[in-house]
Design a protein around this ligand. Structure first.
Ligand code: HEC
Length: 204
């Protein structure tokens, strides 16, 4: 980068001949001619050279300014890459979600309502706003949220299997498809499942 940005010294110019075509008028004093020719030659060289170098410097500034943003974008992309699957791929089993429903009715519905629509004591866990607010996060994030803070009045009382079951039930109620295998209780695996409002379609 430093090399590319460094000043390139202009080559000495002796373009006296071409100047006679440039429309400059000279008087008959040869000394005056030379002064004019040298001056004209300088202007002729320096002007495009200055424009060129200004453009070079501007280019360097643009690269220096934009490069970190580009790198950040790449970072965001590789961040995305740690998601192996999406909630649209069938990440829980129907039986698991059914077990989760039983736990939900016992432990959660008093605040979040039987149909997950929410009450005065707890927000909705179903619907567009709920899914949007979790979009881009992982099933692991939802799992942790419940494991560590719910039920609000007695957090930490559920077994991890129960937490996974409740997550499965919440996903099912939000119309995400069931699959063959149950949702794992392994946090690393859960972190690789991306919650997203819309299916992404074929890989791009
Ligand atoms: C005593 C009432 C109460 C109970 C019981 C309860 N919650 Fe909550 N829950 C809340 C409240 C209030 C909030 C929002 C404020 C907060 O997070 O502290 C919340 C937030 C949540 C959130 C985050 C919602 C969002 O949009 O980000 C989830 C998920 C959740 N609860 C799941 C559950 C599950 C699953 C259970 C049962 C295991 C449960 N809650 C039991 C009151 C409760």
């Amino acid at each position: 980068m430093a090399e590319k940005c460094s000043w390139v010294r202009p080559a000495p110019v002796r373009r006296t001949l071409s100047l006679t075509n440039s429309g400059a008028t000279f008087n008959s004093n040869p000394l005056d001619w030379r002064i004019r020719i040298t001056f004209a030659a300088r202007i002729k060289w320096i002007l495009p050279s200055a424009v060129f170098h200004a453009a070079l410097v501007a280019g360097c500034i643009v690269v220096v300014t934009i490069a970190p943003f580009a790198a950040q974008q790449n970072g965001a992309r590789s961040e995305d890459d740690h998601f192996a699957v999406s909630v649209w791929d069938g990440t829980f089993s129907t039986e698991q979600a059914t077990r989760g429903k039983a736990t939900y009715l016992d432990e959660c519905s008093r605040c979040h309502a039987e149909g997950l629509g929410g009450t005065e004591s707890g927000p909705a866990l179903v619907g567009r706003d709920f899914v949007r607010s979790w979009s881009g996060k992982s099933a692991g994030d939802l799992f942790l949220r419940i494991r560590d803070s719910m039920p609000l009045d007695s957090p930490g009382t559920l077994e991890v299997e129960q937490v996974a079951e409740v997550v499965a039930f919440i996903l099912k109620t939000n119309d995400f498809p069931a699959g063959q295998k149950p949702l794992s209780v392994d946090l690393a695996a859960l972190k690789r499942i991306k919650i997203e409002a819309e299916p992404m379609g074929p890989p791009h």
